[in-house]
Design a protein around this ligand. Structure first.
Ligand code: FAD
Length: 320
């Protein structure tokens, strides 16, 4: 069947990421409009709840299973995925725009010599053709893109499409073991960051900037985040100063986030910061400068001192 879709489901430490289920749900909707078949692929060792993808509407999932594939390897994942694209005879390959997706998808596009649209925030089918929308100019404008090549690759921005369980059915799994992979590199150790929630996947983010004045004051950010079940984020200024880890940096040279709620505390709203968070659904900003650019995109703005406002927010939330 033409236009067959293959969704790449990403696992880390044997767990499939939420953003992969978002990619499945978005692709299911697209497949209905294209009247095309859809399958999935996961690469790794043991993967927990691998059949769960069926709940999101995926009937069949290839599991390329080998203990050497437990951790991401650019070359081994590229080779394994190319093989499945061939086996499945897929024309449309969909990834989530995570660090892994951002590395893997362009490699596949180069090998297949086909077009790719990255960081898609919306897509539709018009006259049998896919039209994908993606932000450009650091999120200041949106552009619609059509891919002309026969095979097409898309990466979808996490947290934009909704992951929807639509049935109780489990996916049929076809396991493939590629045998000895002769890897040229090997992961010897993984150090987990102290960050509880990944900022790129969180539904609520509490972010702090230079207005927090000192690293120890981020306790306030952490406390507020804990109360809201949120991830903690940061501007580049505080990451460069060594106050917060780079994994928390939001922006052009950090992570792109699209949470439901983004709370910016003591962040001016430089264009490079906005590039990473302007697609958040609701933006709340606290800044003592009423002319701070963050207020131009904030849905709710408080002109005030973070050291007065944040403790008051914490106090109110504790009453709930
Ligand atoms: P500042 O701009 O110093 O703002 C601090 C804010 O805190 C001010 O608005 C001030 O009014 C407010 N404030 C101070 N005290 C208080 C108080 N007590 N209560 C309330 N408010 C207070 N930046 C990013 O964030 N992410 C990126 O990925 C990124 N990439 C970049 C890439 C390039 C190529 C370049 C050139 C820059 C990049 N930057 C990035 C840096 C960016 O330009 C800004 O310098 C940075 O975002 C500023 O961080 P900030 O808002 O924390 O600090």
């Amino acid at each position: 069947m033409a236009n067959k879709i293959l969704v790449f489901l990403e696992q880390r430490q044997g767990q499939i990421k939420k953003s992969s289920y978002e990619a499945v749900s978005a692709s299911i909707a697209l497949s209905q409009n294209l009247n095309s078949e859809i399958e999935g692929v996961v690469i790794g060792g043991e993967v927990e709840n691998v059949r769960l993808a069926g709940n999101y509407g995926l009937k069949k999932l290839y599991h390329i299973k080998n203990e050497q594939l437990e951790n991401y390897s650019s070359s081994a994942y590229t080779d394994s995925l190319l093989e499945i694209i061939n086996t499945a005879d897929a024309q449309i390959i969909v990834f989530s725009s995570t660090s892994m997706g951002k590395d893997l998808a362009p490699r596949i596009a180069a090998k297949l010599d086909c077009g790719i649209v990255t960081d898609v925030t919306e897509w539709k089918v018009e006259n049998g053709e896919i039209i994908a929308t993606r932000p450009v100019y650091a999120g200041k404008a949106l552009t619609d893109v059509k891919v002309k090549s026969e095979k097409k690759i898309f990466t979808l921005r996490p947290n934009v499409f909704k992951a929807e369980k639509i049935s109780e059915q489990e996916a049929e799994i076809e396991v493939k073991n590629p045998g000895d992979l002769n890897l040229k590199t090997r992961v010897v150790d993984i150090k987990k960051s102290d960050t509880k929630l990944d900022v790129a996947e969180a539904d609520i983010i509490v972010s702090g900037g230079r207005g927090m004045k000192a690293p120890e004051n981020f306790k306030l950010i952490e406390e507020l985040a804990d109360l809201l079940g949120a991830a903690t984020g940061a501007s580049r200024a505080v990451v460069d100063a060594g106050w917060r880890p780079h994994s928390e940096q939001v922006g052009q040279t950090g992570k792109t986030v699209s949470p439901t709620l983004y709370i910016a505390l003591g962040i001016s709203g430089a264009i490079q910061h906005l590039a990473g968070m302007r697609s958040s659904k609701y933006i709340v900003a606290v800044n003592k400068d009423k002319d701070a650019p963050i207020f131009q995109i904030a849905d709710y703005g408080i002109v005030g001192d973070v050291f007065e406002i944040v403790p008051a927010m914490i106090e109110e939330l504790k009453k709930l």
